[in-house]
Design a protein around this ligand. Structure first.
Ligand SMILES: NC(=O)c1ccc[n+]([C@@H]2O[C@H](COP(=O)([O-])OP(=O)(O)OC[C@H]3O[C@@H](n4cnc5c(N)ncnc54)[C@H](O)[C@@H]3O)[C@@H](O)[C@H]2O)c1
Ligand SMILES: [Zn+2]
Length: 366
């Protein structure tokens, strides 16, 4: 299939309206799509050492063809480089490239690049525009949309950042073919989460046809576009996370605890999937969720090749979850699925959280 195909998800937020374009062969169209939406002359591409050798040339050529002057940088790949030192080097490179307030940053990579390049754009000259060109499944369905940007400090992840909505998001599903299989599957964790959160039809489709890296690109693009629309609707209602945006944390209170207790050896999406299964098992046993909900979620998660449990000792999980950065004093807001497509937030005390984590322990299911 060589023809280019795409669909557009329009996003409206209090600070900016923008389009998310999802489809095939879009990397070669980045320049002209930016030209028709943005008034800018200079583009600065931020990528990483894995993505740049694969895709930077195509994006740079497309930008030059559309009349942009182009400079770029490729930072070291991986979460361990999402730090102040790399952030500083990006800003220095932006200044060396003589970017002005009218220039635009293009983030070409996964969530790590998107978060860092977005934060650099939010900071340089007190804020210039950013275009997100996500290249992982996670960044297509989650991090490139919503406007959160951040870097890590040695004391914790995403502790410094800013809100900056992108001016345009271009997701070329062709990029997914070069991902390491574990990284592709990791992104499905957020896809299942979105289905449970807001879209039973998407959930059932995923359960019946698990996502695969070599599947039909148009179908994949369609699923990604639906995920973007779900995140768009939640973020649109609550851009700065005062209320309903917190429901996007479904599976994350326990998932983050798995991630941290594993020393970040386990992928975020794998931990979110296991965290989602854990919370719904507990919630069903406590009588909060409709009977059968946990079984359906566990089957769907397992069908994607994601874990339904995590073998980290419960005491360690409880200790980590009690230190969640989203804690409010002595209580935590936890998102609980009542049934597929319907979740509620419950505020639980730390002893109640510990009880919930103990209740949710389970054995892996087929
Ligand atoms: N801002 C938000 O709202 C938000 C939401 C969720 C996650 N995040 C952040 O996203 C980050 C995780 O993102 P991620 O999972 O995309 O990780 P990542 O950016 O580290 O990418 C994973 C790996 O895949 C490589 N890669 C990327 N695209 C590739 C491609 N097309 N082909 C081959 N290799 C490729 C990368 O170099 C990296 O080694 C975390 O830092 C997390 O905090 C942010
Ligand atoms: Zn997440």
């Amino acid at each position: 299939m060589n023809e280019s195909w795409h669909e557009v998800v329009p996003v409206h937020t209090a600070s900016r309206d923008y389009d998310v374009v999802v489809g095939t062969h879009l990397l070669d169209e980045v320049g002209h799509r930016m030209r028709s939406t943005l008034d800018a002359d200079a583009a600065f591409v931020v990528s990483d050492t894995n993505v740049a050798p694969l895709y930077l040339n195509r994006v740079e050529s497309s930008l030059r063809e559309a009349g942009f002057s182009v400079a770029s940088t490729a930072v070291k790949a991986g979460e361990s480089h999402k730090n102040l030192a790399t952030f500083g080097s990006i800003l220095e490179d932006m200044a060396t490239a003589s970017l002005t307030r009218d220039s635009v940053v293009v983030a070409l990579g996964g969530g790590v690049v998107g978060d860092m390049a977005g934060f650099a754009a939010a900071s340089y000259m007190r804020g210039i525009r950013v275009v997100q060109v996500p290249t992982t499944l996670l960044s297509m369905v989650d991090s490139s949309v919503g406007g959160k940007t951040a870097i890590d400090l040695s004391r914790g992840k995403n502790l410094v950042g800013a809100f900056l909505q992108p001016s345009l998001v271009i997701a070329d599903v062709g990029c997914l073919s070069t991902l390491a299989p574990y990284v592709f599957v990791d992104g499905i964790g957020e896809v299942v989460k979105h289905g449970v959160l807001a879209d039973e039809e998407l959930f059932d489709e995923l359960a019946a046809h698990p996502l695969t890296q070599d599947g039909d690109p148009i179908q994949l693009a369609h699923v990604i576009a639906r995920n973007v629309a779900i995140k768009r609707d939640v973020v649109g209602a609550d851009e700065k996370e005062h209320g309903v945006r917190q429901t996007l944390n479904l599976g994350h209170t326990i998932g983050h605890a798995f991630e941290a207790a594993s020393g970040y050896a386990l992928g975020h999406g794998h931990c979110v999937a296991a965290g989602l299964c854990h919370v719904v098992r507990a919630s069903e046993r406590l009588g909060w969720s409709d009977p059968g909900t946990s079984n359906r979620i566990e089957r769907c998660v397992a069908a994607q090749g994601l874990p339904t449990t995590c073998d980290i000792p419960l005491d360690d999980v409880i200790a980590q979850a009690s230190h969640d950065k989203k804690r409010h004093g002595a209580s935590v807001n936890i998102v609980v699925p009542i049934r597929i497509g319907n979740v509620v937030m419950r505020r639980v005390s730390l002893p109640e959280l510990a009880n919930l984590i103990r209740k949710g322990a389970g054995s892996p299911r087929p």
